[in-house]
Design a protein around this ligand. Sequence first.
Ligand code: FPP
Length: 254
Amino acid sequence: MFSKKADLSNNPKLDTERIPAHIAIIMDGNGRWAQARHLPRVAGHKQGMQTVKTVTMAASDLGVKVLTLYAFSTENWKRPNDEVSYLMQLPIRFFKTFVPDLVAHNVRVMVMGDISRLPGATQQAVKDAITDTSKCTGMILNFALNYGSRDEIVRAVKSIATEVQTGQLSPNNITEQTVSDHLMSSPLGSLADPDLLIRTSGEERISNFLLWQIAYSEFVFTDTYWPDFDGQALQKAIIEFQGRHRRFGGLKNN
Ligand code: FPP
C-alpha cells in the first residue's frame, strides 16, 4: 500500500536536487478536523496517525534524511485523561501495523523526549520499533514524544554543570557545539538542526519545539489540518522552502 513512490513528475517546480535534509513538523489541527466532521477529537488523532504513515513514505521517497514529528509534548499531559490515554495508544497501533513498511523502505525510527513517563506498553512499542529498524540506513523517522524544548535545555544545562563540577569540562571550553552535544537531538549529529519547520492548521507559533535547533530553520505555515496533509502538501512546503534565500546571518551572495 505504501510502496508507491511519491510522484515527483507532477510537480515541475520541485527541485529534487535541493530537498531539505531535515524536516520537522508540528502536526496540528487533529481536533478541529474532527470537530468539523462532528466526530470526537480522538477521531482526528486516528486519522492523523494515517497521515504520519503517508507523509513518512512521501518524505522518504523524496530523499529527506531526517523527519522529526512532534507527536506528544511535555504540555500535552494537561489534556483530558481519555485523550491522553488515546494518544498513548497511538504509537503502539502505529508501530504494530507499520514497522514492516518502515523496514521495507529502510526507514530507521528514533525518539527524542523522556519516554520513561509513558505507559509501559507504549515504552515497549517504541523500544521495539527502535530495535527492529536499527539496521535501516535510509531516512530517520524521529518522533518527539513527551518532548519539550525547555525541558531539553534544562537537562542539557544540568548535565554540562555536572561535567564542570566534576572537572571533566572547563567553563571556558563551553561552545555552541557543547550545548548541541547535550541536547536530545545529539544522536542526529550534523543533521540535528531542521532546515525546514512546517506547522499545520493555521497556527503560527513554535510551542516549545526544538528552540535551539531551529535558529536558522525556514518556517512554512499551512492552513491545512494535519489529517488532510499529504505528499502533495509536503512537496508544496518544500517548494516554498526552495524559494527562500538562506543567509545564516551573512549576505545573500557570499
Ligand atoms: C495536535 O492537534 C496534535 C497532537 C497533540 C497529537 C499529534 C499526534 C498525531 C498526529 C498522531 C501521532 C501518531 C503517532 C504514530 C505517534 P490538536 O489535537 O491540538 O488539534 P486542535 O488544535 O485542532 O485541537
